[in-house]
Design a protein around this ligand. Structure first.
Ligand SMILES: [Fe+2]
Length: 271
């Protein structure tokens, strides 16, 4: 598989959105945001493929899935000026449409092209379907983990910025009010994924992002979440409260339960 040809197409396609001299600043910012994110997800995916000891063919497939997973984001933002799918278009489905329209995967065997499209179309679903092949679901799980590993970083970078008002697209335009919704809190302390429809403000949205930790599929990815301190970093951007302490405890318990061997090693190394 010629990965470089896909990269070239990607670069050209994305550059097309900011080609004009009078391109709006928000468009430039958000096209770059998603371009950089896509490139970093390729790296996260390659790291995961190595951890999972995949062969070269599988690594190539994983790379293409990662590179194109958010290809729909560019047209979505350019057309609707938002990343909120329910107010615009499902960006995963839109991405598959873009790949088909531009015949990007035509050089691949049809079964591989089809697999790539299915995995991309599943990457933003609340839950994976249970009626696809094990192979497809395996890649979809990998992609969802790799995607989250980078999205956490994007969001934390954003929350820590002084000038975050400059890009409301990242916060989906949610109000920055001080409370946390009871239902959202209850889901996270019970190690459950938060549903987008329950979100009322920015704090709830942060809790939804914390709850992604319960949806990580592979242990090496979960270990990365812990080692990179993503959850603590998000918690530090929430107003301090007993609720936040309890959330941190719930996540610590989750890490301890899911990563028992590694936790034990760390304990030994520390004594
Ligand atoms: Fe996406």
């Amino acid at each position: 598989m010629r990965i470089q040809a896909f990269r070239n197409w990607f670069d050209q396609y994305v550059a097309g959105f900011t080609a004009g001299e009078d391109t709006a600043p928000d468009l430039v910012t958000n096209i770059h945001l998603k371009k950089d994110h896509s490139e970093r997800v390729v790296k996260e995916m390659a790291w995961m493929a190595a951890q999972l000891d995949l062969d070269n063919k599988a690594r190539d497939l994983a790379a293409v899935m990662a590179l194109f997973h958010d290809i729909g984001r560019f047209e979505q933002y350019a057309r609707y000026r938002t990343f909120v799918d329910h107010r615009s278009a499902n960006h995963a489905e839109l991405g598959v449409k873009v790949l088909r329209q531009h015949r990007v995967l035509d050089g691949l065997p049809p079964d591989q092209a089809d697999l790539i499209c299915r995995v991309i179309s599943y990457h933003n679903r609340a839950a994976l379907p249970d009626d696809d092949t094990e192979e497809c679901l395996f890649y979809a799980r990998m992609l969802r983990d790799a995607d989250k590993l980078d999205i956490w970083r994007v969001l934390i970078d954003h929350y820590q910025r002084q000038d975050r008002d400059n890009n409301p697209a990242v916060e989906l335009g949610l109000p920055d009010t001080p409370d946390i919704s009871d239902r959202v809190f209850a889901h996270v302390v019970n190690a459950q994924i938060v549903e987008a429809r329950h979100i009322r403000n920015l704090n709830d949205f942060k809790l939804l992002q914390i709850g992604w930790v319960f949806d990580i599929n592979f242990l090496p990815a979960l270990q990365q979440v812990k080692d990179r301190g993503y959850i603590e970093a998000i918690c530090r951007t929430l107003p301090p409260s007993d609720h936040v302490t309890r959330i941190e405890q719930a996540v610590a318990t989750w890490f301890h339960r899911k990563l028992p061997a590694i936790s034990a090693n760390h304990t030994r190394a520390g004594t």
